[in-house]
Design a protein around this ligand. Structure first.
Ligand code: SF4
Length: 378
């Protein structure tokens, strides 16, 4: 493994001059083309399955009707081959009753719910590593109407954003991107735009939140969102996005997409994650906030979430299996260990470095995006 990226003098990444947005104002969205689409028997009863099959076939995907509801055919000749097969497969299935039950999800929202699990991108630090079992296939849930039906009974029951004086105006909040990137396959499913319009039409005080590293916003721009959805874009210093975020939309494309949605009236946000102290980190994050400000209209309603890099023994093992040659620093010796009440360990940056990064980034946000609300640092 490379020397840890814990201090500027020990980093391996070259200095990178960030592009300005003006150079790429409307970079085309990079659309995922799955090689195979698997339709389970139960999913085929839902219109979304037919829609996905038709659109994916037009993009050249092989569409397979599975005989039952078990997802099969993902095993490859070795771990690498299984990873490749799973990442290039979209399985359309049906969420079970247990999977449809919304769960509290601090600090982002009152509840999370899932339109899908898994993601076709190849981020070498992926948050999903270790939290989803089995090959990393994307499972899209076709029974969207049933999933949405589970949300209204929870209005007023939230204990996260609903109990936070600065955020209670958002209503009961629902996060759709805990176990997937819901924009990654939107050109195939249309499910996120449908969800946005569903929230937009509700009489209850409820808000949708999602975050994405993709930039295909055509459907979202047309959706009647009613100001009920906060569209956040997961961004980072340009060197991090280029080095570690395979298969995602380029940073400039994501920022341009955020600007388009803000101009379409959406509240928007920056999910800055995972923050890493790579070489020239202070200048690189400042350039990110400068470019974000340039992409946004003056009156944008924008929030910022600041999330540092961390790993667990489980996520490290999975990630090193997926990306054995990664230059991502996951060195316990240069980290501080944090334990949860069940004895689980996670490795975060040392306290002094955390404080320095937090002070710097919060100062930069205040200077570059003076109207933005910083929701949390973690
Ligand atoms: S976009 Fe998000 S979910 Fe997808 S691979 Fe990257 S970190 Fe993982």
């Amino acid at each position: 493994m490379d020397a840890p990226h814990i201090a500027p003098s020990r980093t391996a990444l070259p200095r990178h001059a960030p592009e300005t947005l003006e150079a790429l104002p409307d970079a085309p969205a990079r659309l995922w083309k799955p090689r195979r689409v698997l339709l389970t028997k139960a999913a085929r009863d839902w219109p979304m399955a037919g829609r996905v099959a038709e659109r994916a076939a037009k993009l050249g995907a092989e569409v397979v009707d599975l005989p039952g509801d078990r997802i099969t055919g993902l095993a490859g000749t070795d771990a690498r081959d299984t990873y490749r097969r799973a990442k290039s497969t979209l399985a359309v299935t049906v969420a079970s009753e247990a999977k449809m039950r919304p769960q509290p999800i601090p600090p982002s929202a009152d509840f999370r719910f899932d339109l899908a699990t898994g993601c076709p991108a190849h981020c070498q630090y992926c948050y999903l590593a270790g939290s989803l079992k089995g090959p990393p296939v994307t499972r899209l849930f076709a029974n969207l109407a049933e999933i949405l039906d589970r949300l209204p009974p929870l209005v007023g029951e939230g204990r996260i954003t609903s109990r936070n004086a600065a955020r209670a105006h958002e209503g009961t909040t629902y996060e759709a991107s805990c176990y997937t990137d819901p924009l990654a396959f939107e050109h195939l499913s249309g499910g996120l735009s449908e969800t946005v319009a569903w929230f937009g039409a509700r009489n209850e005080d409820m808000g949708l939140r999602f975050t994405t590293k993709f930039a295909d916003t055509i459907g979202l721009e047309a959706a009647a969102h009613g100001g009920r959805t906060r569209a956040r874009f997961s961004v980072n210093a340009e060197a991090v996005t280029r080095r570690f975020e395979g298969g995602t939309a380029p940073l400039a494309g994501r920022l341009a997409a955020m600007g388009r949605l803000a101009r379409a009236g959406y509240p928007v946000g920056l999910t800055v994650a995972p923050i890493m102290p790579l070489e020239d980190w202070a200048d690189s994050y400042d350039a990110l906030f400068r470019d974000a400000a340039a992409a946004l209209p003056e009156d944008a309603d924008v929030t910022v979430e600041l999330i540092t890099h961390r790993f667990t023994p489980g996520s490290k093992e999975v990630l090193l299996g997926w990306y054995p040659a990664t230059a991502l620093e996951m060195d316990e010796a240069v980290r501080t260990v944090k334990r949860n009440k069940f004895g689980g360990r996670k490795y975060v940056y040392p306290k002094e470095l955390m404080r320095e990064m937090r002070d710097t980034l919060e100062r930069q946000v205040a200077a570059r995006l003076p109207g933005a609300q910083v929701l949390y640092w973690t």
